[in-house]
Design a protein around this ligand. Structure first.
Ligand code: SF4
Length: 359
């Protein structure tokens, strides 16, 4: 087990990666590589939202005799093809040794694990697996690093199940089932605040963390971000961390995460609970659609501008305090809506059109 911490910038990322790979003594054992970045959705570059494509491009140059598959399974309700197109990842596919794959469409094998049978990409058996995660805060798991990045290996149905059945225990168990050959965490521009999406704030950390054990790498990153083990329960804690390169104390910076349980947008309150990203993306698209027309903006003002509207997702235990009009969004809320006689929008994920219609 070895993890190294190095200062890095996007202009010198290849030389830093070469140094890190030499320090931990990593050599691929297979002829082809499967690189799994954190690209759960499209978003602007340099904002700490996803693994910078320059890091993946540097890996393609470093392992210059290997075929490379870059694969991602985005958040529920978003296809990897759109995420690749919406970022510079699509440009990497012009390289003759590189192909891009939507993991929702790849062949899978059945693996036994603590919770029954899990269907995983066959790429994990045929290719050298490199997990290139992002250093981010996460409102449900505290931090999002390499263990959390593996959720992108799952089919959408399993992603939803993870949220319903216990995110922390399942991410841990998946980490025992699937172990990458090399782990890289992109901490060059990291994310703090109410991550992992648009409500987070970019942080210039200028770090790459590279190792051969996910649990150790994630513990090192968690320490760097100033989180206690109990604040990131999906990461099995370790008593001692041995690192190469920079000491943790020299690079530690306390990341902000102060999530009250809901996001606000004007007078719209979005209650997350244990929801997966599918319902959140539906809200995002519904709001985008409302904003795109004069009449939509008027309706938004009437229902979530001047007066409060609460959208509830996942499996809430009780009604939010001081709530306004309540909309229960997604099939997870069906019983809660029935129990409290509330407006309900069905679907998993729900069609944004149906949410727009009731505004
Ligand atoms: S209803 Fe929404 S939160 Fe629940 S599993 Fe479906 S998409 Fe995810």
């Amino acid at each position: 087990m070895t993890t190294c911490i190095l200062r890095a910038s996007l202009t010198q990322v290849e030389s830093t990666l070469r140094q890190a790979i030499a320090l931990i003594g990593y050599r691929p054992q297979k002829a082809a590589l499967f690189i799994k970045p954190n690209l759960s959705n499209a978003g602007p570059p340099g904002q700490g939202l996803y693994t910078d494509p320059l890091i993946v491009e540097a890996l393609v140059r470093i392992f210059d005799t290997h075929e490379v598959v870059i694969g991602e399974g985005c958040v529920v309700g978003r296809s990897a093809a759109i995420a690749f197109q919406g970022t510079a990842y699509a440009d990497l596919a012009t390289h003759p040794r590189v192909s891009l794959l939507d993991l929702d469409e790849v062949k899978r094998y059945a693996a036994q694990w603590d919770f029954g049978v899990m269907r995983l990409p066959e790429l994990l058996l045929s290719h050298e697996y490199i997990n290139v995660a992002k250093m981010k805060t996460h409102i449900q798991t505290g931090v999002s690093l390499s263990l959390k990045n593996q959720k992108g290996l799952l089919l959408p149905v399993d992603k939803k199940r993870f949220h319903r059945k216990g995110l922390h225990s399942r991410i841990r168990a998946l980490g025992s089932l699937v172990q990458p050959d090399l782990i890289i965490v992109d901490g060059i521009v990291a994310l703090e605040g109410n991550g992992p999406w648009r409500f987070g704030t970019p942080v210039d950390m200028n770090l790459l963390i590279v190792g051969d054990d996910m649990v150790e790498v994630d513990n090192v990153c968690r320490e760097i971000m100033g989180f206690a083990p109990e604040e990131a329960p999906h990461i099995p804690p370790m008593d001692e961390l041995h690192t190469l390169g920079l000491p943790i104390e020299e690079v530690r910076r306390k990341f902000i995460l102060d999530f009250p349980g809901y996001f606000t947008y004007h007078n719209l309150y979005e209650h997350i609970n244990d929801s997966c990203s599918g319902c959140n993306i539906s809200i995002y698209h519904a709001m985008k659609q409302l904003r795109s027309s004069w009449w939509g903006r008027v309706r938004f003002q009437l229902h979530a501008g001047r007066q409060r509207t609460d959208i509830i997702m996942g499996h809430p235990e009780k009604l939010p305090p001081n709530h306004g009009r309540i909309i229960c969004l997604g099939d997870c809320t069906r019983l809660f809506a029935r129990e409290h006689n509330l407006t309900f929008v069905a679907g998993c994920p729900p069609d944004p059109e149906n949410l727009v219609r009731i505004f």
